[in-house]
Design a protein around this ligand. Structure first.
Ligand SMILES: [Zn+2]
Length: 257
């Protein structure tokens, strides 16, 4: 461990190079005055992410807001970090908006006025419902037909994503006589003619694309089956039905507060 004196000596004394950070100081325009806070640049030129402050004296609330960089004026309602990241995505999906202008120009632009109103209405609803403001994907996925191993007329109960996966398993079983499958080189890889049903994945943009409702009893692979069964299983496991075919996994559901 570094001795205390050396740690003190190693303390940086110069500001970080600007290319190494997206965080900078900005003056928020709060009713009654200007307040310096840290602001993070976003993918939207002219829009920054800032902590939400309120009260007298002003205090952090734990929420965040999107702020107009040129004026320090608050652009959105306060919300959790996940909702603010989604608000940035909401703006990014809306082409032709230029926030990177002085306040007077922004206020005179009807397209910005409409977008501002719609974003805040959508954000208010998302906050009320504790649901995503925008999603990355629909949650329902139809699985393509599965692959199996056939040997001497018997077809494996286990299924595989691809021919390669099944072949790899068959080759592995050949070299591992203690495994349940005892296959010979004449084993065949066959494909089901019908899809195995639906899968359910998390729609949140904060979630990994492959986060499917898992079958804990069967190797934690994705559950495949009829929609009604998956919906019941998902609800039981703490998934949240956000409507319009979108669900959030338990971990993401906790992000929206
Ligand atoms: Zn998720």
């Amino acid at each position: 461990m570094t001795p205390p004196q050396e740690r003190t000596d190693a303390r940086p004394t110069t500001p970080l190079p600007s290319q190494d950070t997206s965080v900078r100081v900005l003056e928020l325009a709060i009713s009654g005055g200007l307040l310096p806070v840290l602001a993070q640049d976003t993918a939207i030129p002219g829009v920054v992410l800032t902590p939400h402050v309120t009260g007298k004296p002003l205090r952090f609330t734990g929420d965040w807001v999107l702020t107009h960089a040129a004026s320090g004026m608050q652009l959105t309602l306060p919300g959790c970090h996940a909702h603010m990241i989604e608000a940035i995505e909401w703006l990014a999906r809306r082409a032709g908006l230029d926030w990177n202008r002085p306040l007077e120009a922004v206020r005179a632009d009807d397209a910005l006025k409409i977008a501002h109103g719609e974003l805040n209405l959508a954000l208010w609803r998302a906050r009320e419902e504790r649901e995503p403001l925008v999603t990355a994907r629909g949650s329902w996925v139809v699985w393509p037909p599965r692959w199996r191993i056939r040997y001497r007329g018997r077809v494996s109960a286990a299924t595989y994503d691809s021919w390669d996966d099944a072949a790899r398993r068959a080759a592995y079983a050949l070299t591992e006589p203690d495994e349940a499958l005892h296959l010979h080189p004449d084993a065949e890889i066959v494909r089901d003619t019908r899809p195995p049903g639906w899968g359910l994945r998390c729609a949140s943009i904060h979630c990994h694309d492959s986060h499917f409702l898992a079958d804990w009893a069967d190797g934690c692979g994705p559950v495949m089956g009829p929609r009604a069964q998956l919906a019941a299983d998902a609800a039981e496991e703490g998934w949240r039905d956000c409507g319009a075919g979108t669900w959030t996994c338990p971990e993401c559901s906790r992000r929206y507060h």
